[in-house]
Design a protein around this ligand. Sequence first.
Ligand SMILES: CC(=O)N[C@H]1[C@@H](OP(=O)(O)OP(=O)(O)OC[C@H]2O[C@@H](n3ccc(=O)[nH]c3=O)[C@H](O)[C@@H]2O)O[C@H](CO)[C@@H](O)[C@@H]1O[C@H](C)C(=O)N[C@@H](C)C(=O)N[C@H](CCC(=O)O)C(=O)O
Ligand SMILES: Nc1ncnc2c1ncn2[C@@H]1O[C@H](COP(=O)(O)OP(=O)(O)OP(=O)(O)O)[C@@H](O)[C@H]1O
Ligand SMILES: N[C@H](CCC[C@H](N)C(=O)O)C(=O)O
Length: 500
Amino acid sequence: MKLDILLKGIEYHLQQGSPENCEITGLCEDSRKIKCGNLFFCRTGTHTSGKQYLRQALSLGAAAVICEKYDEDSRRILSSQKDICVIETDVSAQTQARLASNFYDFSKEKLLLIGVTGTKGKTTVCAMLQKLFLNNHMLCATVGTNGFFLKDRVTKSSHTTPELFELYGFIAEAVKAGCTHFIAEVSSLAVKQGRIAGLTFDLGIFTNIYPDHIGGNEHASFLEYAYWKKRFFKNCKKVLLNRDDPFSFEIAADKNGICSWYSASVCADGYASEIEKDVEIDGLYQHFLWHWQKMPARSISLKLPGLCNVSNAAAALSAFCLLTSDEQYDSYQLDFSTFSVRGRFEMVGHFQGGTIMIDYAHNEASLKNLLESLRAYHPNRILCMFGCGGNRSAVRRSAMGRVSSELADLTIITQDNSRDEPFEQILADILLGVTGDYVVIRDRKEAIGYCMSQMRPGDLLVLVGKGHEDTQEIAGKVEAFSERDIVESIEKTKKGKVSK
Ligand SMILES: CC(=O)N[C@H]1[C@@H](OP(=O)(O)OP(=O)(O)OC[C@H]2O[C@@H](n3ccc(=O)[nH]c3=O)[C@H](O)[C@@H]2O)O[C@H](CO)[C@@H](O)[C@@H]1O[C@H](C)C(=O)N[C@@H](C)C(=O)N[C@H](CCC(=O)O)C(=O)O
Ligand SMILES: Nc1ncnc2c1ncn2[C@@H]1O[C@H](COP(=O)(O)OP(=O)(O)OP(=O)(O)O)[C@@H](O)[C@H]1O
Ligand SMILES: N[C@H](CCC[C@H](N)C(=O)O)C(=O)O
């Protein structure tokens, strides 16, 4: 697309170049990711400004630059390259959204856009809802913490909610592939930073809210966190709320009550009743009766433990029912008996008569839910291995230490992604909450080996905090790290020893 067309609806000063002759191949706000012919959008953030990286953007082939205040330093770098277009304008999220909607024009397409927000359950609800659409022959893509899922392809995304250009790009790809539905995880930080600017969601789903993402470079307070969660629903035509979380009523008050409700415990538009637990060799199951408005009740099997996952299923089922036809309700396949999400309550093996699970709990609420859900199946012992991320809310740490002490039989503390913080600091914060028996093994791989060696028949070992992640970041270095592979290789070594 030519730059002058791309700039439609934006007020700007042309500093150099001719937009009508400048072909733009893509939009990018990160100098490290520029491809030949891209427009480089120089945003100023909390750490740095895109303008610091003009040389890198040019060396990678940027064809045009958008910035605010075209200063002397920028002029020195750009004026020697006369073929590069330089546009001076307001570099707000609104300008970014305008550029993205001009570039990826999907406004007239019949795509239903669904957003899921809440402290916990976003990834699980998105995956469940996508499964419902796909099982009923409606092509649907999702984007969130585990990546962008379209047909058989998974692409990594920068964040839970990607940067604005990346998000618009994913939606455009989904439209091109013929999707009728697109589901996005929407984090409070994404709303605050304007990553969803310019998008109207046909349905917004709320899961729950707990204190999280407070401190570090995230939110200043719980009030601020809650404000941005609620703010998301202003961009939604319809709203689906969790009857079991009181914060839903605050959202409803703002929406003048035009909302639908789901629950895992009480009567609502969509709700679960008669929940029963069931242990099979291949997993922990729950069966429940599903009620949707005046429709006849349906039996649902769910291959996940915990009331929180019944709540996640109720959210996904309600969203599906809201967006599809009542006439066809009886013929829809509503089934989660073969459902799993990578790194969420995921069973990854059996060892010495016990079971190993990987989960992504990384705050108090999710760890509590996880351990209580597992306790309900009466394992012999629960061994809980976890660490906490660096450069993230420190409040999480002692709280996770406390919860693990209260609900597990043995706590093994190790490293998560320490990022730029020393492990000793993170450990000291965790230990403030620890009251029961614990072991500290700094190296996560070694810690997994230790945990497995301690397993007895009927034990449940949970490796907590890294879920689907396949890398570990320590002191600026990101290295490949797969808990699944480590577990598998220890299992193989043990089998080898036994057969010798
Ligand atoms: C607090 C936060 O979310 N910060 C994000 C934000 O940072 P920022 O606005 O301060 O930007 P900055 O780092 O100063 O950079 C300014 C500009 O310079 C550009 N730049 C920067 C460096 C460079 O070499 N070249 C370059 O062009 C950047 O792309 C950016 O456009 O914009 C940056 C660029 O997009 C993000 O990398 C950064 O995410 C940081 C790394 C992060 O950790 N974010 C987490 C906390 C996050 O977003 N989490 C949420 C919540 C998840 C959940 O609910 O669990 C998520 O949605 O993932
Ligand atoms: N509804 C829920 N309520 C509380 N905890 C939950 C719920 N659903 C999942 N969990 C726990 O939280 C972890 C993360 O779940 P999930 O990835 O679905 O949530 P999320 O909102 O996407 O999380 P994040 O924002 O951290 O990526 C799970 O591994 C599980 O331990
Ligand atoms: N979305 C969460 C993921 C945390 C996962 C944990 N493994 C860590 O690195 O802290 C965050 O960015 O806070």
